[in-house]
Design a protein around this ligand. Structure first.
Ligand code: DGD
Ligand code: CLA
Ligand code: CLA
Ligand code: PID
Ligand code: PID
Ligand code: PID
Ligand code: PID
Ligand code: PID
Length: 312
């Protein structure tokens, strides 16, 4: 397709730049400017809306392209192969083309709103400047091809299941865990801290398992889960807590999503995360909430998971 062909030209223009970026730099975990969690949540909401509007088949293909690209990483900077760099760009270009332009620009505008204007120049200062300019020029040509192939109308919303066992179980889980959700401080920057003692390549391995799981999920249910999150963000209070009803809808949507993939795929995520999360992290989280609320939530979760497993 045209986007695939264009991604090769983009690769010619941008792979030198890609090789110069230090992808293992911890700076990419930081907020791109002043830390403003509720404003950042708005920007993420725009990404969720764009994801929910995208063609699920193309999202799946993009997740698969990333998984493949992680497999061909080499060198100290963590760069993927030239062929996989092109494949990722092509896959993301197709995702962008599957949503109306306004949804893409809404992401750009909202991210711009939380980004310090000095950030792009600082990023450029870490690489060979002319290579960054060449890459950007390549991006500008690529985006014209994407725009030419772009849809003008949004896709239909997801079909949301109702009256299923997971929906009923989600009500129980949510009743049992909403007090815990209200205890949690959703707005500190601790969630943007590196995992103690873990390198970027180690963390990326665990993220790769999530990407694999995402690629296997049912596309309609993933879309529905994104829509449920968008709705939940719309009801957050000043502390970042969503309403009880929206929380319940998120749990139901995520339970259905988990049930749409094999158990082993879910356990791969769990086991890879367990390997990189030090017990000091979980203990620290536990110390910040009412312990009785946390135990009640955990009990609720362990009951819920049996229902999810029975539908798996
Ligand atoms: C950039 C953008 C990259 C900066 C990276 C910051 C983004 C961080 C995102 C963090 C987000 C959040 C959360 C994630 C989840 C966390 C969970 C815990 O360097 C601009 C200005 C605005 C920049 C900020 C907006 C960036 C938006 C990026 C899209 C969002 C992606 C989402 C990311 C998140 C995660 C994904 C899963 O646009 O951009 C550089 C540009 O900066 C440079 O400005 C441009 C002008 O816009 C353009 O008009 C033009 O002037 C150009 O062109 C210069 O500069 C000139 C000529 O006109 C060209 O013809 C050509 O010759 C060129 O020069 C060659 O140099
Ligand atoms: Mg990504 C974008 C890293 C998995 C879907 N992703 C980005 C970039 C960053 C990144 C490079 C955001 C910051 C930015 O704009 O820098 N993703 C990244 C990593 C992983 C990952 C490390 C780990 C596996 N992503 C992942 C998965 C999915 C996505 C699994 C779902 C399938 N990702 C996704 C989308 C988008 C990203 C839809 C974006 O739109 C965003 C992005 O790249 O926006 C431009 C700048 C970007 C780069 C350095 C990448 C190359 C960009 C072009 C081709 C050349 C460079 C031009 C110029 C010098 C700088 C960019 C200017 C900008 C205004 C265009
Ligand atoms: Mg998430 C999970 C935040 C958007 C899909 N998501 C998580 C949690 C965290 C979170 C609360 C990971 C950390 C953790 O396990 O804590 N998501 C979060 C935010 C946003 C977001 C802030 C922003 C909008 N997500 C989002 C989108 C999607 C997903 C758009 C795609 C549709 N998310 C997704 C999945 C999963 C998450 C598939 C998970 O599996 C993971 C998760 O919750 O795993 C348990 C602990 C979790 C909580 C504090 C909240 C859940 C409470 C449960 C139901 C009861 C509590 C049990 C116990 C006390 C603690 C957990 C024990 C553990 C062994 C299970
Ligand atoms: C400017 C000035 C003009 C010239 C110009 C110009 C530049 C405009 C630009 C630009 C626009 C632009 C847009 C970009 C958009 C990036 C969008 C990224 C979206 C990320 C998403 C992330 C996610 C997911 C995902 C799917 C999940 C949901 C999420 C489901 C169903 C200024 C050059 C024209 C870069 C969507 C993918 C996993 C949230 O106009 O003179 O330069 O860049 O998890 O969905 O699960
Ligand atoms: C524009 C103007 C509107 C019209 C429009 C428009 C276009 C927007 C577009 C577009 C946005 C867009 C985004 C693209 C982003 C590509 C990002 C590629 C990232 C590749 C990576 C590869 C890799 C790896 C990996 C992880 C490793 C690092 C690497 C570590 C720690 C402008 C059409 C709407 C194409 C990250 C995955 C292995 C490098 O809005 O008028 O057209 O395209 O090895 O991580 O090692
Ligand atoms: C300038 C002027 C214009 C011309 C121009 C220009 C240059 C702009 C530039 C540039 C922008 C730019 C951006 C870059 C962005 C790179 C983003 C990389 C993201 C990597 C991540 C990696 C990671 C991980 C991971 C998970 C870990 C955290 C991390 C935990 C819990 C100035 C040329 C346009 C290079 C996200 C995945 C392992 C961080 O605009 O005229 O030159 O470069 O380790 O999670 O640890
Ligand atoms: C233990 C001991 C036994 C008893 C037991 C027990 C506990 C097991 C447990 C547990 C397992 C478990 C699993 C959990 C799994 C969570 C998985 C989360 C996945 C997140 C994903 C994120 C993503 C995306 C997304 C889609 C994108 C890709 C991504 C596309 C196409 C120990 C109790 C049985 C909690 C997939 C969603 C946006 C990466 O066994 O005696 O306690 O918890 O962006 O994909 O866009
Ligand atoms: C198990 C054992 C195997 C069988 C198995 C199994 C099950 C795994 C399961 C399962 C995993 C799982 C995960 C679920 C996670 C639910 C997470 C809910 C999160 C809700 C949130 C709501 C919110 C918001 C929001 C953003 C705001 C904060 C909030 C800010 C900054 C165990 C079956 C495979 C159900 C986060 C979105 C508005 C709180 O593996 O043998 O069954 O379920 O307002 O952000 O304000």
């Amino acid at each position: 397709d045209e986007i695939g062909d264009a991604s090769k030209k983009l690769g010619d223009a941008s792979y030198n730049f890609a090789k110069e970026v230090d992808w293992n730099n911890g700076i990419f975990l930081q907020a791109p400017g002043k830390f403003q969690p509720l404003k950042a949540l708005k920007a993420i909401d725009k990404m969720i809306e764009m994801g929910a509007a995208a063609d699920p088949k193309l999202l799946k293909a993009a997740a698969e392209a990333h998984h493949k690209a992680i497999g061909s990483i080499s060198g100290p900077n963590g760069v993927t192969s030239r062929a996989d760099w092109d494949e990722v760009n092509a896959a993301l270009g197709r995702v962008v083309a599957s949503v109306p332009k306004a949804k893409v620009m809404a992401v750009y505008d909202a991210v711009k709103d939380i980004t310090d204007p000095k950030v792009p120049a600082y990023m450029k200062s870490l690489v060979n400047g002319p290579d960054a300019e060449k890459a950007y020029q390549g991006f500008l040509e690529f985006k014209d091809v994407v725009a030419k192939n772009q849809v003008t109308a949004a896709s239909a919303p997801a079909v949301v299941p109702s009256g299923d066992k997971i929906g009923a179980a989600a009500k129980q889980l949510s009743d049992a865990s909403y007090p815990f959700i209200k205890d949690i401080d959703w707005l500190p920057d601790i969630y943007l801290k590196p995992l103690p003692g873990k390198t970027a390549p180690e963390t990326l391995k665990a993220i790769d398992k999530m990407i694999v799981m995402g690629a296997k999920m049912d596309g309609n249910l993933l879309k529905a889960a994104a829509e449920a999150h968008h709705k939940a963000i719309g009801s957050v209070d000043s502390k970042g807590v969503t309403s009880a009803a929206d929380y319940e809808a998120v749990n139901a949507a995520l339970g259905r999503l988990v049930a749409s993939v094999p158990k082993e795929t879910v356990m791969d995520v769990y086991n890879s995360m367990a390997k990189i999360v030090d017990p000091t992290v979980t203990n620290n989280m536990f110390s910040k909430v009412n312990p009785l609320d946390a135990v009640a939530a955990a009990k609720g979760f362990y009951t819920f998971k049996d229902v999810a497993q029975a539908s798996q």
